[in-house]
Design a protein. Sequence first.
Length: 599
Amino acid sequence: MSARGNPFPIPLEPGDRRSPKSLTQRYLQAFADDIVSLAEGNDLDVIWDRTQKTLNTIMKWCTTKDLTISALKTKVVMFTWNKRWNLRPIVVDNTTIELSTSAKFLGITLDNKLNYNEHINNTTKKATASLMQCRKAVGPTWGLTPKTCIWIYKTIIRPIITYCCSIWIRATHTNINATKLRRVQALALRIMTGAMPSTPFVALNQITNTTDIIPYLQGEAAKSNERLRAYGSLTRERPEHTKGTIKAHVTINNDFVKDLNIPHNSERDLTVPSLNLQSNFTTTTPGDNPDTYRTQLQNIINETPEDWITCYTDGSKTEEGCGAGYIITTNNNNTILHEDSLNLPNSCTVYQAELTAITYACRQLTNYTDKHIIIWTDSLSSINSLTTLITKNNTVKYCLDILNQIGAHNQVELRWIAAHSGLWGNEKADELAKHGTTSTTTIARPIPQAYINKLINDKVQKLNTDIVNKDCPRHTKLILGRNHTKIINNLNRSFINNRKDYRTATQLITGHFGLNKHLYNMNKTTTKECPLCGHHEETVNHFLGQCPALAQTRGQYFNDFYLSANDIFDNNHITTIINYVNKTRRLMDPEDLDNTGVT
């Protein structure tokens, strides 16, 4: 139940003489054994009356089904910012239910002020506990590889955090909540890299190519919002945000995608899943013997009866645009009945282009009856989507409808043909599809969800880059220089399965390393000086490129005796740098030194 300042206007019920200000809105939703009832308005007596009546009705219904409501599991929460209110107790099965400050429903903790602070606390605790279980399987230089650790985080831990984030995304706007979420990701990345606890969050994100959790959550929330929009299930927005009211999550998500120029009035390709129970056509695919099927294609085409209608379709997407093409023939490809090239919006995918080619070809065949029609396509994914039990997008739905329409009066076959195999029909359709990419007339097509997701992902990456440019530590920026992308990619390719070397590289790049300068700053040692030369502070730059005691070793690996750390990272592969570090034995763990016999 909730009390608010500006209720939505609703019509009076017949015979209802109360003022509109005293009216409430009611909502009831059931999921399996969970039921939520919401009464909303200004008048506490009316809210109580509606809530109690709803509970009494539910209890009566349960009695007729030999069911009961558990009073111990029932919670009543007053959602309001008003501190002065007094609500009569709610009674369930002769048990008085005390008011709670929060309630958990479908995995979301709803607190009485709807700030979702408690939900974030619970979620971060759960994610941290799961990570600490993984922590037992790794050490500084042993255990799960970095590749396995990042897989665990992205496929198990991060989904725990992002669950239903489109609802509580407003909570990430506070620094306290944002820090809690970032700490979970930082813990996961420290487990992955073996980095010191003092290593900055941003540096770990950059080194591991992991998006900052806050922009990532904003992107995932926006994607959920757009999916609901496509389904036609997006909750209506509140009136314009004013002082003293909560900014609705729908408004926040809409603001995120506002500058992406997504036409909200255009049709979306994603749609509510529906059952595909009718199929007036047959399909032929390579099956388990694609090589044998390929060798027989030309003979199959040559043996096609002359009175059959044969159609070849194809789709294409290039830098110039997206196109579809088809050609309809008979008399064993000697007579062309119709051919066309179609230009599709640049937002369309090749998958959409392939299905569009089939759809428009079938439109030309709607006037035929009692014919045997073969439609050849080189898109196996299109054939599979047309034969699945559940249809999830409009492009497939339109294609399926027209196939069933012509299949009701003709014998229709949808067959797979090998692409770029020198077969005349497929090559001709491919030529028409490529011509369609440059056509000036564009046909309307639904906007695919993949295109919207790409726009959102691009914005998320831009926001992440802005965070890196603003907050990345100065040492990491100096080490990586202008070639930071190349260096990071080399690191993740070379050492993603080598925990020890990945740890060394991470600590070198971040500067949070077991060198005397950093250890002194952490009060772990009493001197900043290099133990090898004894004349300079032992920093990463000194250790890598300036220490005279290591000049001979440095010359063997870098072909120069004195360099800056930035020059070393710019001009040498990361494996060479790690080999140099390992050669010096300066930073080996005590147990490693014992095993090698070095003192």
